[in-house]
Design a protein around this ligand. Structure first.
Ligand code: NAD
Length: 471
């Protein structure tokens, strides 16, 4: 080994959790080394996940809006895709700009970035294999932020036409027939993108509903729209196998009643993600890992080994970038002697389809399962001036308040920009707000955000935008 480097804090993995942890530790006065095997910082989310998919979803939405406004009197020509230009925009002007920005932020903070794979050799050191050789890196504290990878279905053949989310985001051509396995976050977001690009989309989901984590009533407006845009949505259906042929893939699917064979050009497998448990030498230092491969951590994100912390997807569900970022800051601050702990009440979930679906706190399904008694306010967007002006009245905002304490315990929203609107409910739940608190906030008019206040007004008994006859 040619070289040994040392830092107060070493962060392994530079996704949204890892770089936040590194930057926070540096800002609090620590010397920091940030290690990632990717050529650019930002991890899966920034390079081949959340960000590029949002860029493409934006174009998909503009395309569908440009044809929908025809009924309101504004007509455009049929949109044309220039796939090369789209790729350039996504890769250079969106992803590239952000990764460069993160590199600049690291430099400004004097965070040393190593591009290579890190493997634990002892509880105080890592061996990092870089393009030009191997370095030993020692540290006082280490934060593991190595993330997750797409789940594979082992019985499927190795074939480049069977993609995961990374492959799908490369936009390597537009298949005429695309089969998507999994009707979750990735399946529906990528389905929306490829449908806009011109593919015929078939979704196969083995649960009885799409987005099994969300309330079925919230999924319904999205499903109704997707049923128009997609060729077919098969819930309660599983894929038995895929047989590659020269000019197509033959996929046998087993529904409730029968087995069917479909001819498709490509398949996207989007059936969840698995933690990156292997390859970083966790076993060399005896880190406690649960039966699903997640590293066990306490409220400071400390593992069973002193000075070894873990954050983000590697520590368990939900595997969401915003949770990782929060945990990264907690771990960094705790290492730096701050009284930080992971004590959030709710983590928002957003599916960036069109319409978007977002929820935070308890879904109604969970409240029922847990026997929680609640009051419910559902404000239909058909009564929202802003939603009408946007031509998008299919959404609604649903608020659940605990019957005993009166506090907001859950919010689910379906509709345009639901992902932005949910932030108010997150704040309300963290602050312990009740229906009166939320209904007494002046929401800007006309805005979709009013629907959050309206849902609370229904429960507070002060709604004027709807007529609720007294019993
Ligand atoms: P997911 O858990 O959201 O959905 C997977 C779906 O596949 C589920 O509905 C599941 O029932 C179904 N499924 C599983 N095995 C199947 C099989 N053999 N046949 C048919 N259906 C099957 O997972 P994902 O869509 O792969 O996304 C992975 C993770 O990435 C998400 O859980 C989320 O944490 C993250 N993600 C988040 C966002 C966002 O925040 N907007 C976007 C993309 C991904």
């Amino acid at each position: 080994m040619s070289q040994t480097l040392h830092a107060d804090v070493v962060v392994l993995g530079a996704g949204p959790g890892g770089y936040a942890a590194a930057f926070r530790a540096a800002d609090l006065g620590k010397s920091v080394i940030l290690i990632d095997k990717g050529q650019t910082l930002g991890g899966v989310c920034l390079n081949r996940g959340c960000i590029p998919s949002k860029a493409l979803l934006h174009l998909a939405r503009v395309k569908s809006e440009s044809s929908e406004v025809e009924q309101f009197g504004l007509t455009f020509q049929e949109p044309q895709w220039d796939l090369e230009k789209v790729k350039q925009w996504k890769d250079k002007r969106v992803v590239g700009r952000l990764t460069k920005g993160i590199a600049a932020l690291a430099k400004a903070r004097k965070v040393q970035v190593l591009t290579g794979s890190g493997v634990f050799t002892s509880s105080g050191s890592l061996e990092v294999t870089q393009a030009d050789g191997v370095v030993e890196v020692t540290y006082t504290d280490v934060i593991i932020a190595v993330g997750s990878h797409p789940t594979k279905i082992p019985s499927f053949p190795e074939d480049p036409r069977i993609m995961n989310s990374t492959g799908a985001l490369e936009l390597d051509g537009v298949p005429e027939e695309l089969l998507i396995i999994g009707g979750g976050y990735i399946g529906l977001e990528m389905g929306t993108i490829y449908s806009a690009l011109g593919s015929n989309i078939t979704v196969v989901e083995f649960m009885p509903n799409l987005l099994p984590g969300a309330d079925p009533d919230v999924v319904k407006p999205l499903e109704q729209r997707l049923k128009k845009d997609f060729k077919s949505i098969r819930t309660g259906t599983k894929v038995q196998g895929i047989t590659p042929h020269d000019d197509h893939l033959e996929v046998s699917i087993e529904g409730k009643k029968s087995v069917e064979k479909l001819k498709v050009d490509k398949v996207l497998v989007a059936v969840g993600r698995r933690p990156n448990t292997h390859g970083s030498g966790f076993e060399n230092i005896g880190i406690d890992i649960d039966e699903r491969g997640f590293i066990k951590v306490d409220e400071h994100r400390q593992t069973n080994i002193p000075h070894v912390y873990a954050i983000g997807d590697i520590t368990g569900d939900p595997m969401l970038a915003h949770k990782a970022t929060y945990e990264g800051k907690v771990a960094a601050e705790y290492i730096c002697g701050e009284p930080a702990a992971y004590d959030v009440k709710v983590i928002p979930a957003v599916i960036f389809t069109d319409p978007e679906i977002a929820w935070a706190g308890l879904t109604e399904t969970q409240a029922k399962e847990q026997g929680v008694e609640y009051d419910k306010g559902v404000f239909p967007w058909s009564a929202s001036g802003r939603a009408l002006a946007l031509g998008r009245t299919e959404g609604f905002s649903k608020a659940l308040f605990d019957k005993e304490s009166g506090k907001l315990i859950g919010m689910s929203i379906v509709g345009t920009n639901a992902g932005d609107l949910i932030a108010e409910a997150v704040l309300a739940m963290e602050m312990g707000a009740d229906a009166e608190d939320i209904s007494l906030i002046i929401h800007p008019h006309p805005s979709l955000s009013e629907s959050v206040g309206n849902a609370a007004e229904i429960v507070a008994g002060s709604i004027t935008d709807l007529f609720a006859p007294k019993n």
